[in-house]
Design a protein around this ligand. Structure first.
Ligand code: PEP
Ligand code: MN
Length: 375
């Protein structure tokens, strides 16, 4: 059973509710705080044997001040789940950037960090276009052991320094082993926290439960979780619940296509139809990765690259983050050059995202006007 409190409720009211909860024998109370960009929402979770929890009347809490609602969760997504259908996605703030559903962040950057010159060229272009978020892969999980595995911790000092120099506030960076979290934390500290990092769980590690638990136990870095390419959506959402249940609710869920030849000629079958599904089932902001979904530089007869077309599909469905590969010289990229945009395409991408986002916002207004008033 979950008791959801009104935003920013006082400590006195929380204490009074905890006291009521503690009167029930065999019940463990857990308090969770979701620090959004404007409000903090507290939930009290009552845990115990199902017959014990079932015997607690909802009215015990519903009548108390500060209570927004009580839900009996049959769902497995106790922490990441959206328990009130139209409640706002609380989101979170990290290093001065708000992650919620009110804006779209474009994380454009290198799939794999190769040279300081390339990192600098990308960072400078981002700054020029007013972006403060990027992707930079230092640890690369590759299909073949003979392929480039990433520059690993060696590149972190200059990646963070360059990011700081160009006002980048958040770098999305994949970790494939728990020790990478510490390496990143140390390098960031040594850079004087020149920037911030969102730790990425790659599709290949979507069910690496030890990594997920460790990411949940640290509360410094938010987590960008990429859907497992060959598992169900439910399995991927449960993986996010691992992170949240260990104590870190600051998670963004990323769709990146699923493995199937039914998506040919694209690299993966684009699954951005799941943007509204994830938004309905969870309160996580949703990201789309059009680069790993499409994997090719093809341009449709309308002159719009396939990668842009799928960006449109995700943004029109309410995605609030776009993770996208950019490389100044894709032919020499050490990983996934074929799917990288050129820095010169960034302006067009930003404008395209803004255009589609505007259409989405208009559609939301229309939907609200047509929605039957609640009884
Ligand atoms: C990546 O984003 O660099 C990556 C490896 O993606 P994925 O885990 O989705 O394949
Ligand atoms: Mn890649």
């Amino acid at each position: 059973m979950i008791v959801t409190l009104e935003p920013d409720v006082s400590e006195e009211k929380i204490a009074a509710l905890m006291q009521v909860g503690s009167r029930y024998p065999g019940v463990t109370l857990k308090r969770y705080s979701f620090q959004g960009d404007r409000h903090t929402v507290v939930e009290i979770h009552l845990l115990g044997a199902s017959q014990v929890i079932r015997s607690i009347p909802e009215s015990a809490f519903l009548e108390m001040p500060g209570v927004r609602g009580v839900v009996r969760v049959s769902t497995r997504y106790r922490l990441i789940g959206r328990h009130h259908s139209q409640a706002e996605t609380p989101g979170f703030q990290y290093n001065g950037v708000s992650f919620n559903e009110k804006s779209v962040h474009i994380f454009a950057g290198l799939c794999a960090v190769d040279t300081p010159e390339h990192v600098e060229a990308v960072a400078a272009t981002l700054q020029e276009h007013g972006l403060c978020t990027t992707r930079m892969g230092a640890y690369k999980p590759r299909t073949s052991p003979y392929d480039f595995q990433g520059l690993e911790k060696k590149c972190l000092p200059w990646v963070f320094e360059i990011a700081g120099k160009y006002g980048i506030r958040v770098v999305a960076m994949e970790v494939t082993h728990t020790r990478h979290i510490e390496e990143i934390r140390t390098a960031l500290e040594q850079s004087g926290n020149a920037t911030g990092v969102m730790l990425q769980v790659g599709t290949r590690n979507a069910q690496n439960f030890e990594l997920l638990k460790e990411l949940g136990q640290q509360k410094v870095f938010p987590v960008l979780f990429k859907r497992g390419m060959g598992i169900t959506l439910e399995e991927s959402l449960n993986a996010c619940e691992y992170v949240a249940s260990e104590g870190n609710p600051n998670i963004v869920f990323c769709l990146r296509g699923v493995k199937s030849h039914l998506g040919d000629p694209h690299r993966n079958l684009v699954d951005f139809a799941h943007v509204p599904v994830v938004r309905a089932q969870t309160r996580l902001p949703v990201c789309i990765d059009p680069s790993h979904a499409v994997g090719r530089p093809d341009v449709a007869p309308d002159g719009i690259p396939d990668i842009f077309h799928v960006v449109g599909q995700g943004v029109i469905a309410g995605a609030s983050m776009v993770l996208i590969d950019v490389h100044p010289d894709p032919k020499t990229a050490l990983c996934d050059g074929a799917q990288a945009l050129l820095p010169s395409q960034l302006r067009r991408l930003i404008d395209y995202v803004a255009l589609v986002r505007k259409a989405y916002q208009q559609a939301v207004v229309t939907a609200a006007a047509n929605r039957a008033p609640e009884q």
